[in-house]
Design a binder for this molecule. Structure first.
Ligand code: SF4
Length: 457
């Protein structure tokens, strides 16, 4: 009899939907059906069981081909690279669980590495603004139940987070929003007429790179002052219509994406967005939230903040002191300065997302990719170590875009012999201890209990 798993988490976008139902064949090897997921989420589950999956580590040979090696050999290779490098860079983590993020921390400490995550090239400017100006946010549950004005600024959830609107922000009926979409006024601020703009009540087509001006106009109008006839390409009437809707709202939710934090102004745009939220709170209740991209890219921000005090760009090369200085300790900057001499790409694709010059510089040094799938980063790596797919073949804790932790489930077994990220990092750490003839540091933490079990085996 096929088994139906309920309340399954989706390991794709930052909406981290946890209401999926996955029907698995009675031998537990095949995924027969995925319910409730969007098309992208559906594909993630079915992709895991498609033929052609890499199931053993592959080491690049001198002639450029890859040769399969055992996990023990791969662990030994990775541990040696980590020990021999003066300043290894460990980057990625959009697509793995928090247990693995905790486990890699010990590898990074032991190797004196720089620990960075995808925020370095996406919502890093948001972190800088949040450090300066706070983060008056809420949960997506509150958005569903309370928000009667929803503002999407520089984001397009209809494509990037396909169930965001239907599950949390626009269409669902909540406790105080019983008529769903009819209870909400949706504003979209975007230079293009996106599909999110099409479901909005008001679309302000801001000139590219002029978001800061428009925020200023909103704040000025909100305080009752005159604004020019047009600001950032948006007519005054439209700005006043948006401000008027906000003034009448009981609960405003502002969502913003890379269109805000990666256009001219960057962290200053997010800073003024937070200031607008604060201004609105003098009149009504208002909240703001970053549209995080991957299903657990909020995770490293949590795990590493409680471990090191910083969410990203964490330099552990100075011994027991962690320090963070984006622009100096951020991945691209390190790569461009040739300031790291080994690269670990984990649960992301730096080969596809980094500027080509940075990739070329990183490729001069040992490059290890840890990822379940073949991607550009796996194909240019010296060593590719495949791992189990979190959320499909491995459970664990993930943080949704609103920083709510969710326990993801395992629904099928990984291919025979394929191990999890967490186990891999624990094994690399234990091998580094063996090679350096040092005692493993022991801290009571569920992730480290696994390390002990691995050692005892
Ligand atoms: Fe998965 Fe995102 Fe689609 Fe939800 S919206 S099912 S998390 S891809």
């Amino acid at each position: 009899m096929p088994v139906t798993h309920t309340q399954v988490g989706c390991p794709y976008c930052g909406a981290s939907c946890d209401d999926l139902e996955v029907v698995v064949s009675d031998d537990g090897k095949e995924i027969l059906e995925v319910r409730n997921a969007c098309a992208i989420g559906n594909e993630i589950f079915h992709h895991a069981t498609k033929p052609g999956r890499v199931t053993r580590p592959r080491l690049r040979q001198e002639d450029g081909t890859h040769k399969e090696i055992s996990y023990d050999e791969a662990v030994d290779y990775a541990a040696k690279v980590m020990i021999e490098a003066k300043k290894p860079l460990i980057y990625g983590f959009g697509s793995t669980n928090c247990e693995a993020m905790a486990a890699i921390g010990r590898v990074a400490e032991k190797g004196g590495a720089v620990l960075d995550n995808c925020a370095s090239i996406c919502h890093g400017p948001s972190f800088l603004a949040i450090f300066d100006n706070g983060y008056p946010s809420c949960t997506l549950g509150e958005v569903k139940n309370r928000a009667d004005v929803v503002l999407f600024w520089g984001c397009n959830p209809m494509h990037a987070h396909p169930r965001h609107a239907s599950r949390y922000s626009v269409f669902p009926r909540g406790f105080f929003t019983r008529r769903g979409h009819k209870n909400r006024f949706v504003i979209c601020i975007d230079p293009r007429e996106t599909d999110t703009a099409k479901i909005s009540n008001l679309h302000l087509m801001v000139n590219q790179g002029h978001d800061y001006d428009l925020f200023n106009a909103f704040r000025t109008a909100l305080r009752g002052h005159e604004i020019p006839e047009e600001v950032a390409g948006v007519p005054r009437e439209q700005i006043l219509e948006g401000v008027d809707a906000m003034k009448k709202a009981r609960f405003i939710s502002i969502f913003y994406g890379m269109g805000l934090c990666h256009t001219d102004g960057r962290n200053h745009n997010v800073d003024i967005a937070i200031s607008l939220t604060r201004d609105l709170n003098a009149i009504t209740k208002a909240t703001i939230m970053a549209m995080r991209g991957h299903y657990n890219i909020a995770g490293p921000g949590q795990v590493w903040s409680w471990s090191y005090g910083f969410p990203y760009c964490i330099d552990l090369s100075k011994g027991s002191v962690a320090h963070m200085n984006p622009g100096d300790t951020s991945s691209i900057d390190l790569a461009m300065r040739n300031d790291c001499d080994a690269f670990f790409n984990i649960g992301t694709d730096a080969g596809a997302h980094f500027p080509i010059e940075a990739v070329k510089k990183l490729r001069k040094h040992p490059w290890i990719t840890i990822d379940p799938n073949i991607c550009m980063a796996s194909e240019i790596a010296d060593l590719h170590i495949p791992v189990a797919v979190v959320g499909v073949e491995e459970g664990g804790v993930v943080y949704r875009m609103d920083n709510v932790p969710i326990q993801f489930k395992k629904v099928i077994e990984p291919p025979e012999g394929v191990i999890s990220d967490e186990e891999l990092f624990n094994r690399i750490y234990m091998r580094m201890c063996e090679l350096t003839e040092t005692e493993p540091v022991w801290i009571h933490h569920p992730a480290l209990d696994v390390a002990k079990a691995v050692t005892e085996e």
